[in-house]
Design a protein around this ligand. Structure first.
Ligand code: NAD
Length: 240
């Protein structure tokens, strides 16, 4: 893609992993970048995208997200939003506590809802929102997440479609990516786990975070201008 960088982007959950990879790749796609995430500081964000703004924010704290999107809008109307913020939950269904289940569902689903609501007042016509589901949405977990994680990601797919319908009259597109197993702290570095997960993908390995982030950037770009309410599977053929 060779578009001239324009517009202001926000990555919610961009301090590491797939989100940070998107921040780095975005330098040639957007003019301004704001990253919102949990750590107090995140120098890696400005290393990845010189001039990026960073603000501590929790997706369960709407006010912190609103502050973050207002900061982003100081660089101009927001044209691109990516929400990779999320947590996994490997616990089997009959063993999971109410507290852990609620936290996973809240961060992964309510966090995405909060991000869309906080973004909405600042979005330019033509903006693109990309949420983050997972292959686990189709399988009810079974990789590094359990059934509750799978349910949370299936919820993200439903949210994507409803948000796409409701924001279409503002010329805002909403899509999600559904990554397969990706080499981030969510998977960890246990060689046995990595080998087992790698074998389950046709490509025989985990994805690099950049390989997933590229899909988010595609959904930001005009190359995907006819896509909204869609789920983009980026999983190395893991379910085939
Ligand atoms: N890694 C994988 O194999 C994989 C596979 C499918 C889907 N995903 C999804 O991709 C997304 C990114 O995952 P990753 O692998 O980069 O994981 P990661 O753990 O490296 O990154 C997740 C990011 O979300 C942030 N975050 C978590 N809770 C937050 C909160 N309450 N408020 C704000 N930020 C919060 C974290 O601080 C971190 O920066 C997640 O939604 C995950 O479920 C990952």
């Amino acid at each position: 893609m060779s578009e001239k960088p324009t517009g202001s982007a926000v990555v919610v959950g961009g301090a590491r992993g797939i989100g940070l990879a998107a921040v780095g790749l975005a330098t040639s796609h957007v003019a301004a970048m704001t990253v919102l995430d949990l750590p107090e500081t995140a120098p890696q964000v400005t290393e990845a995208f010189p001039g990026a703004r960073y603000l501590q924010a929790d997706v369960l704290d709407r006010a912190s997200l609103e502050k973050g999107f207002a900061l982003a809008a100081e660089s101009g109307p927001v044209t691109a939003v990516f929400v990779p913020a999320g947590i996994t939950l490997p616990t089997p269904l009959l063993e999971v506590t109410q507290e852990d289940a609620q936290r996973c569902l809240m961060i992964n689903i309510m966090g995405s809802i909060n991000a869309i609501q906080a973004a909405a007042p600042h979005l330019a016509a033509g903006a693109s929102i990309v949420l983050c589901a997972s292959v686990a949405a189709y399988t009810g977990g079974g990789y590094v997440g359990g059934p509750v994680y799978g349910a949370s990601k299936a919820g993200v797919i439903g949210l994507t479609k409803g948000a796409a319908r409701e924001l279409a009259d503002r010329q805002i597109r909403v899509n999600c990516i559904a990554p397969g197993c990706t080499s981030t702290s969510m998977i960890g570095d246990d060689p046995e786990v990595i080998a087992t997960l790698s074998e389950r993908a046709l490509v025989g390995r985990l994805a690099a975070p950049e390989e997933i982030a590229q899909a988010a950037l595609y959904l930001w770009s005009s190359a995907s201008s006819f896509m909204t309410g869609a789920v983009l599977d980026v999983n190395g053929g893991i379910r085939l």
